[in-house]
Design a protein around this ligand. Structure first.
Ligand code: ADP
Ligand code: MG
Length: 818
């Protein structure tokens, strides 16, 4: 292995040991590039590998820890599979020879010839056509492209550059300066190739001139270049100006003979995301061939009026310019158009879903003002105005004759349960049944308890709404004993059970209802699409209320939940003290423990959260099982510590949770299973270890586990490593208790996929659209709404192409995201 790779490997391993904090090299990994790259290139490392490494390391500092981990892993793999020095044409270079060299192909090459396709049909056949039917892409190239996930012409056209280098600035040689990234138009004066190190490596050196001066250009291990670079050949050379022995030079620049189209040079050049086996240059060439033939031939699915009103360029232009922009302005127009397409298709699907939903009729449930006021009077607390508004929304939905389809969004602790209780009470007053489904048995159990105590007639309490007789509310979990399940099932069939609270068990068994009219789903983002419709299917067009404590940025809720009506509760019940949050370093852990002790001495309880259940072999994160033992022995020998994690059986989890609720434990050591909805008013400290491994929205959820009583509560965040970037990210937690602000940040930092969880459909297709671009989203929404108003079924001729694109975009299984 060349010593340069050896060196890099050491750095990467160190970086891995340090938890990817970008400190293995002083000042950050990218600081090695300057010296390392020239050393590596002198040592004969193939340019393709060099380029891949360079690109990866350039990106590294701005990546998240998880991305960094992936980068380091792929670099280590690359290093381990790197060819021995001296192989002039490495395995990795093969792709260069698949696409013919520019001198031989450009003029006679016809990339777009789909065999036996006429031009008119071409666009339609072509988009989903397998790449192998395109001339010039043989099985081998297809295989290579397959590794980038590119299988069809559409894949290729929509494989967008990750950045652009602007080489459109040409400079005469006498005006060049060290460090410039430029294109130079010059004439080859002389060229020769030398063997280095006993013939193991070669160096090709050309001297070029442009009338203002001469410049020395070197390429390593590409001896065949000498043939192409005959004296008096006009070249465009693009790259970085470096210094060698006090004189300016270029190493391994991109170059092209001047009569070629200036694909790589003298223009704004696309830089594509790559895998190790494709070179930038060959992919770019393939792209140019494909795009310039096909982009003009792709039929534009977006009806003209929408293009006009949206101020959008046509698809042909957009596809061409996104790959090979003439100017930065053209590029921006292309990005705008293609991002619009994504959002527009997403919104259109969502709007059509809402339309379909609204075409249904539902039973009307009405209650009088007096009846409602009477319930309010019996509550142990006055409702917030946010709660009152949400209840009013729900009340009018239930009375509307159309099925309610409402998302109740309220931060942790904002009091969603009592709002749901009002809906349940309305249904029960009209003699129908309700079901509430929660993602975990802990949560289902908690809902069961609080709804029972709130709603069941109880002689000992005057704080009950007295809606249900004892036994009319039942709890159904996966591990509910079979006999009891049978009893509940028959109670649901004969109508004697009025409200069933449960987990997935509600939809997994053969459960039938006499008259299910309200389905409530708590923490909706934890459920898949199919599960939500399965619950709904238990009734005859029941009303649906989904609740979430994950604040969703406005832009995102318009897009993802556009088919739902939205009630937002942005107000906390009175008397809640904001939770104090501190970001600590690992060295301050002892102080944190001291603080936990002092809170426990005051009679409170604490959570300590770990990112892992058990210590894995490679993971350096702390794990709940081991840490509980350590804390018990070394830190809190006189306290009782409970342990909760996802590998416990459901009933074991419930036992632990109940014991903690009953104050049998002082501290609950847990993994992220406590994330959702658990309510322990006596707990005042939430200590999160490995805080860097969690998203802000998730940390906010953890924090919401405390601060539920009247005492001041605290959230302490300790990242795995001391890391300024990470610290800064976490610091936002200390600055705000507003879940919406955190959600916006989270969305910016992690993107919508992570933010919503993998289960959320419809997002795989978003490549360009930035979901925090409210302006674009609102434009798309306005035009989509208007289109559906004018042509609800998209039957008009001019909308035919749009309809089929829409079907393809949404694909199968994406029909219901609510
Ligand atoms: P979440 O919205 O997170 O589901 P919950 O419904 O669990 O919140 O409510 C959290 C706590 O706040 C519960 O203990 C509940 O009894 C209490 N609560 C709800 N509404 C009010 C209110 N208006 N005033 C005071 N306490 C309230
Ligand atoms: Mg809740």
């Amino acid at each position: 292995m060349p010593s340069s790779l050896e060196k890099l490997k050491k750095i990467l391993l160190l970086e891995s040991d340090r938890g990817f904090d970008n400190r293995a090299v002083v000042g950050g990994l990218d600081k090695i590039l300057q010296t390392w790259a020239s050393e590596a290139s002198t040592s004969g490392l193939p340019e393709t590998i060099l380029q891949t490494i360079q690109d990866s390391i350039e990106r590294y500092p701005s990546q998240t820890a998880v991305e960094r981990q992936a980068t380091v892993k792929s670099l280590l793999d690359l290093i381990d599979s790197a060819p021995e020095v001296g192989e002039t044409k490495s395995r990795l270079d093969e792709t260069d020879s698949i696409a013919p060299e520019p001198q031989t192909h450009t003029h006679d090459y016809q990339p777009g010839h789909v065999r036996a396709a006429t031009q008119n049909q071409a666009g339609l056949i072509g988009l989903t056509a397998n790449l192998t039917v395109l001339n010039g892409i043989g099985p081998k190239t297809a295989q290579t492209l397959d590794q980038l996930g590119l299988r069809t012409l559409e894949d290729l056209l929509y494989y967008f550059p990750r950045r652009y280098d602007d080489y459109s600035q040409m400079k005469p040689i006498n005006r060049l300066a060290y460090g410039d990234e430029v294109s130079v138009l010059a004439n080859v004066k002389s060229v020769n190739t030398r063997n280095l190190h006993g013939g193991k490596r070669t160096m090709t050196e050309a001297i070029v001139e442009d009338g203002t001066g001469t410049l020395r250009i070197t390429w390593f291990n590409q001896p065949w270049l000498e043939k192409s670079l005959q004296p008096n050949t006009q070249l465009v050379l693009s790259g970085k100006i470096e210094m060698y022995l006090g004189r300016l030079c270029m190493n391994n620049p991109d170059w092209e003979p001047i009569e070629q189209e200036h694909l790589h040079t003298n223009r704004i050049v696309p830089v594509y995301p790559l895998s190790a086996k494709v070179t930038q240059k060959s992919l770019r060439r393939m792209m140019h061939q494909t795009v310039s033939f096909w982009a003009p031939r792709i039929p534009d699915f977006l009806p003209n009026p929408i293009q006009d009103q949206g101020g959008l360029i046509d698809l042909n232009q957009a596809l061409m310019q996104i790959h090979f922009p003439d100017t930065m302005d053209h590029l921006h127009s292309a990005q705008e158009r293609l991002a619009f397409d994504e959002i527009f298709l997403l919104q259109l699907g969502v709007i059509r879903q809402k339309q379909a939903w609204q075409a249904n009729t539902a039973q009307k449930f009405t209650v009088t003002d007096e009846w409602l006021q009477n319930l309010y009077d019996q509550l142990p607390y006055p409702l917030t105005s946010a709660q009152l508004n949400a209840i009013a929304d729900i009340r009018s939905d239930l009375a509307s004759g159309q099925p309610m389809n409402r998302l109740l969004q309220g931060d942790v602790g904002s009091g969603k349960t009592v709002v749901a209780a009002m809906a349940i009470a309305t249904i029960a007053a009209n003699d129908a049944q309700s079901a509430i489904m929660a993602p975990t048995s802990i949560l289902a159990d908690q809902h069961y308890r609080s709804l029972t105590s709130l709603m069941t007639i109880d002689a000992d309490s005057d704080n009950s709404l007295s809606i249900f007789q004892p036994g009319e509310i039942r709890l159904l979990l996966g591990d509910t004993p079979e006999a009891e399940k049978r009893e509940i099932r028959s109670g649901l069939v004969d109508g004697s059970v009025k409200l069933v609270v449960g987990t997935h068990a509600l939809i997994e068994g053969p459960i039938e209802f006499q008259r299910l009219q309200l389905a409530v789903i708590d923490e909706q983002h934890r459920f898949g699409v199919a599960q939500r419709s399965a619950l709904r299917a238990k009734g005859d067009n029941p009303h649906l209320l989904v609740m979430t404590a994950t604040p969703i940025p406005r832009s995102l809720s318009l897009t993802v939940y556009g088919d739902l009506d939205l009630s937002v509760m942005d107000e906390m019940p009175l008397g809640r003290l904001p939770i104090e949050t501190h970001v600590l370093t690992p060295l301050e852990r002892e102080r944190a423990y001291g603080f936990v002790k002092s809170q426990i001495e005051m009679g409170h309880q604490a959570f300590i959260i770990y990112p892992l259940v058990e210590q894995g072999e490679k993971e350096d994160a702390l794990a709940a099982v081991e840490e509980r033992d350590r804390l018990q022995k070394e830190v809190f020998p006189n306290l009782k510590l409970g342990l909760l994690h996802g590998r416990l059986k459901a009933e074991e989890k419930d036992e632990v949770m109940n014991a903690f609720r009953n104050q049998e434990y002082h501290i609950l050591v847990s993994t992220s299973v406590v994330e959702v909805g658990v309510d322990i008013p006596n707990a005042t400290v939430m200590l999160v270890e490995g805080a860097n491994r969690f998203g802000l929205a998730q940390l906010h959820q953890f924090r919401g586990r405390v601060g539920r009583g009247s005492a001041q509560s605290y959230c302490l965040l300790i990242p795995d490593h001391e890391d300024s970037v990470e610290n800064e990210r976490l610091q936002v937690m200390a600055e705000t208790n507003d879940g919406f602000i955190l959600a916006e940040r989270d969305l910016e930092q992690r993107g919508p996929g992570d933010f919503l969880g993998t289960r959320q459909a419809g997002f795989a297709e978003l490549r360009l659209a930035n979901l925090s671009n409210v302006r674009l989203i609102e434009k798309a929404r306005r035009l989509a709404t208007q289109l559906v108003e004018n042509d609800p079924q998209l039957e008009a001729n001019e909308n035919a192409a749009l309809l089929s694109t829409l079907d393809r975009f949404w694909g199968s299984g994406r029909g219901d995201i609510s």
